[in-house]
Design a protein around this ligand. Structure first.
Ligand code: FAD
Length: 455
């Protein structure tokens, strides 16, 4: 007997329930990854993620070869390709992780129907992409929880399974052909700072984080210059690390840093369960305020300056430039630039979310769209009318200006006093920096936003 283990956002051998189940259910397995052309067609195949994905697949293939198999890669429409491979292998079952987007839900539905019509079975596994499955802790009669604190209380009490070891040997189905595993070097337009992808790199990174990062996390996670967060988000997005395993190991280590880190992983599950219940909120407002977001020539020009990191507000520009350079941005930066776009410029959060998805290696429909909505005040559990002041926030979270100086070379030599307000330098001195003037007056932005929201 044969089974297909279809990898999606679980590109790992350890703690991978679909792979384990496929290996248990059948004598031999086809470890399959489909480069779904639907994702390219929808414009979500951003170069930074494609480069990281190539590393993940290369590493997965190595791991499988060490265990007697190899990764089978196909390109095309996902349902068609899976059915074709299942037919070639004469597989009775296809095992896959449950996922939360509307796209994933439709994929699952179509795959189930297509396989069943050929007499095969689709087996969908929970707690692969998230530590706790969407709906698992939802009160009866509801389809999700919209407030984080009560969600977190239940989440913490939920019994978690022990992480699964990687299979020692995998007997592969003979004679299944594969395309070449994609390589990062062939991907064009990748940001220079995109980290190495893959389970091996992710595990090294996580081990280092447990040893020398997590203990200081609670105190330093908001310090922009310290860069003291885990940077595990790309590995979590592609599932080269298992969220359940991260929770278990951080808990075992213990301490306030580990607790704070686990809480962030719960935020990840929280947003995933909202999207699973309300897939339309990847585009539609979760909570509508009848915003008439600014459009037109001026708003477009301001948005472009925001994208380029040329707003004249140092901490906003630093964060936007970090995004372009690394394909990643500090969470405090994401909050600041999100507030600046949606509230100060009063441009639709979807425009910002799209720009993020074009660059972020961790770009993720659940986390990105839900956090943008949270920031824009259209989402769940949010303070809809709170506007972050980039100058005050810059002084608070980058008190020495180290983050600004790292990413905005025009300001590298500006004294600490002026680094978040360079316009306070003398006129000539400011002009000599070659740094842009402020795009908008913060007070005007605030008035416009309050007026629009009727506050
Ligand atoms: P750490 O602080 O080390 O946190 C550990 C892990 O917890 C993260 O890797 C992530 O998986 C999870 N996490 C942390 N904060 C959040 C959060 N607010 N919501 C959900 N999960 C969280 N995260 C993404 O993974 N993908 C995105 O596309 C994304 N877009 C965002 C857009 C905006 C406007 C905002 C405000 C936040 C966004 N986030 C996104 C959440 C958060 O900023 C990143 O997860 C975090 O910065 C990643 O860095 P880290 O791994 O060092 O995080």
């Amino acid at each position: 007997t044969a089974a297909v283990a279809l990898f999606t956002r679980d590109l790992r051998l350890r703690d991978n329930p679909p792979l384990r189940a496929a290996a248990k259910a059948a004598d031999s397995v086809v470890p399959l990854f489909v480069r779904d052309t639907g994702i390219d067609a929808a414009g979500y195949a951003a170069p930074n993620r494609m480069a990281f994905l190539a590393d993940c697949l290369t590493d997965l293939d190595h791991g499988l070869r060490e265990r007697g198999a190899r990764l089978i890669v196909r390109t095309g429409e996902v349902v068609e390709q899976v059915c074709r491979v299942a037919h070639e292998a004469d597989a009775a079952e296809v095992h896959v992780a449950a996922d939360v987007s509307g796209f994933a839900a439709r994929r699952e539905e179509r795959l189930r129907a297509a396989l069943e019509s050929a007499g095969r079975r689709l087996c969908v596994h929970d707690r692969v992409v998230t530590a706790v499955a969407p709906g698992e802790i939802t009160p009866a009669g509801k389809d999700h929880m919209a407030v984080f604190t009560p969600y977190f209380r239940r989440w913490e009490d939920t019994h978690r399974r022990d992480p699964l070891a990687a299979p020692r040997r995998i007997r592969a189905v003979e004679g299944i052909t594969s395309e070449k595993v994609p390589s990062r070097t062939r991907t064009k337009g990748v940001s220079p700072g995109v980290p190495e992808g893959g389970e091996s790199a992710g595990r090294k990174h996580f081990a280092h984080w447990l040893r020398s990062g997590i203990d200081a996390y609670e105190d330093r996670h908001d310090d922009l210059a310290a860069d003291a967060t885990s940077r595990l988000s790309p590995y979590l997005h592609f599932g080269t690390l298992s969220p359940a395993e991260l929770v278990a190991r951080a808990r075992r280590q213990g301490g306030p840093g580990a607790e704070a880190f686990v809480r962030q992983l719960a935020w990840r599950d929280f947003h995933h369960q909202v999207l699973a219940a309300r897939p339309r909120t990847s585009r539609a407002d979760y909570r509508t305020h009848h915003d008439r977001w600014r459009t037109g020539e001026q708003a477009r020009a301001e948005t472009e300056a925001w994208r380029q990191g040329r707003t004249g507000y140092p901490v906003v520009d630093a964060a936007m430039r970090q995004l372009r350079h690394e394909g990643w941005m500090h969470n405090r930066g994401r909050l600041l630039v999100g507030s600046f776009l949606a509230k100060t410029l009063y441009v639709d959060w979807r425009v910002g979310a799209r720009h993020f998805l074009d660059h972020l290696v961790d770009g993720d429909i659940a986390n990105n769209q839900m956090n943008w909505q949270w920031m824009a005040g259209t989402g769940t559990d949010t303070r809809p009318n709170r506007v972050l002041n980039p100058t005050t926030q810059g002084k608070k979270y980058d008190p020495e200006g180290g983050y600004v100086r790292r990413w905005v070379p025009e300001l590298a030599d500006v004294p600490k006093r002026y680094v978040h307000e360079p316009w306070k330098l003398g006129e000539e001195e400011f002009a000599a920096l070659g740094y842009p003037d402020r795009l908008v007056d913060l007070g005007d932005g605030l008035d416009r936003f309050r007026h629009a929201r009727g506050k």
